[in-house]
Ligand binder design. Structure first.
Ligand code: SF4
Ligand code: SF4
Length: 189
C-alpha cells in the first residue's frame, strides 16, 4: 500500500498540489532572525506534545507548521489562522532537542503573514482600536457611565498621537487595510 493510500486526506484537509510548493521558502527562513535553524527540525513532535495551546486545540501544531515550511508550503503556513494561537510561552524552544527556536519561528511566520496582510480580523480590529482610542478594545459608553455612577475615577485617556508615531512604519499597521485573505487550513496536523 502506498503512503498516500495508507493516509488518505481527512475531512477538511486539502491534498497538496505540486504548484503550491516553493522550494526557496526554507532557505529564506534560514536567513531570518529566529528561524535560522528551521532545517534542523527532524519532526520528533516534542514541541507539539509540550505546547500548552496544542493541548487544548484540535488544529494548532507547531511541528506541523514547521514541517509545512520545510516542504515549501508558504501560503498554507502564512494563511493559517492557527499561527495566531501561539501564546509565545517558549516551552517548545526550551524543549526542542535540535535547538530549533520554535517560538521564534512562529513569530517569523506571523511577521511574514502580517507583511502580506494575512492577519485575522480580530487582530486587525484590535490594532485599529489601538490607533483610534489607545485601547485594544473600545470601552463602551455604558461602562464609562457606570464607572461615573459608582464614583470611580475616569479611565486614563490613551495618547493616540504618540501611539501612531510609535507604530508608524510597522507593517502590521501599514497592512491593516489590506483585505483579509485567510485561506486553507493546514492539513495533516
Ligand atoms: S521539538 Fe524541535 S525537532 Fe522536534 S518537531 Fe519540534 S522543532 Fe522539530
Ligand atoms: S511558544 Fe507557542 S508553540 Fe511554543 S509551546 Fe508556547 S504556545 Fe506552543
Amino acid at each position: 500500500m502506498t503512503e498516500a493510500a495508507a493516509h488518505p486526506p481527512q475531512k477538511g484537509e486539502q491534498p497538496i498540489k505540486a504548484s503550491e510548493l516553493d522550494p526557496k521558502f526554507k532557505y529564506e527562513l534560514q536567513k531570518m532572525h529566529g528561524s535560522e535553524k528551521i532545517l534542523k527540525c527532524f519532526q520528533c513532535g516534542t514541541c507539539t506534545s509540550d505546547c500548552p495551546v496544542a493541548r487544548y486545540s484540535d488544529s494548532y501544531r507547531p511541528r506541523t507548521l514547521i514541517h509545512m515550511a520545510q516542504l515549501g508550503l508558504r501560503d498554507r503556513v502564512l494563511k493559517s489562522e492557527t499561527l495566531w494561537l501561539c501564546a509565545a510561552c517558549f516551552t517548545c524552544t526550551d524543549r526542542c532537542p535540535q535547538d530549533v527556536e520554535v517560538a521564534a519561528v512562529i513569530r517569523v511566520f506571523r511577521n511574514l503573514a502580517a507583511e502580506t496582510g494575512c492577519i485575522p480580523q480580530v487582530f486587525k480590529d484590535q490594532a485599529q482600536s489601538v490607533l483610534e482610542s489607545g485601547y485594544a478594545y473600545k470601552i463602551p459608553e455604558l461602562r464609562i457611565k457606570k464607572r461615573e455612577s459608582q464614583g470611580l475615577p475616569p479611565l486614563p485617556k490613551g495618547n493616540v498621537e504618540n501611539m501612531k508615531k510609535v507604530l508608524k512604519g510597522l507593517k502590521l499597521f501599514d497592512n491593516m487595510k489590506k483585505p483579509l485573505t485567510q485561506g486553507e487550513q493546514p492539513s495533516g496536523q
